[in-house]
Design a binder for this molecule. Sequence first.
Ligand SMILES: CC(=O)[C@@H](O)[C@H](O)COP(=O)(O)O
Length: 257
Amino acid sequence: MLTLYGETVSSRLLLGTAQYPSPKVLGEAVKASGTQILTVSLRRETAGGGTGGQFWEMIRELGLRVLPNTAGCHSVREAVMTAKMARDLFGTDWIKLEVIGHHDSLQPDVFGLVEAARILSDDGFKVFPYTTEDAVVGEKLLEAGCEVLMPWCAPIGSARGPANPDALKSYRAHFPDTPLVVDAGLGRPSHAVQVLEFGFDAVLLNTAVAKAGDPVAMAKAFAGAVEAGRLAFEAIPLEPRDMAVPSTPVIGMAVFE
Ligand SMILES: CC(=O)[C@@H](O)[C@H](O)COP(=O)(O)O
């Protein structure tokens, strides 16, 4: 079970709703993924290019927890305004906060992020910040009122998977008691297994499912991956060893007559 801002869900997969080939495929992929939390953007193109009433209606009908996001916002002002519109539209104080700092890499502007997180937390929002794996920034986000951190593992949409696994492991070790969701850059189910094995609490992804050859099958594959990764983490995997260790114990000497 995963608890985020006091709400408990059983799925450790948070799914984005953009770029699907059609609303129908989106709906089927969401069901196949088993997700209980959907992130929706107020600014970006939605499934099949449709925006507005029909899309929001469909999201509501799925009956899942909605985590609106500020994707596409490049300033504190824009992000705060978008968050407030999302609160009115969806009736939720949850917000996935993105303040993009770099056009090419879509890297977060961590200074703007902390500032926006503080403004929104003071206004009663429950902020899920999309951030880098920098622990100092993580500390500042906690001080600003965040109770969940969402470090990237690679640039949004890159599908590269954990670009810096050691940094992610250090991040996990630095925040042992904070729910940590790896957000962005995952490309394959094996990437989700990897970060769940590191001890991350969940993953948030969009492109890897929406742009897969078969989004519904890929959603199902990710559902299995997060379960496998979590189970493996709880089972305490072996650390890699430098030397060979015989896996079959040998007692005494074989006797040949
Ligand atoms: C939809 C959303 O919130 C993205 O901004 C998010 O960061 C996911 O990234 P990927 O598309 O790389 O999974």
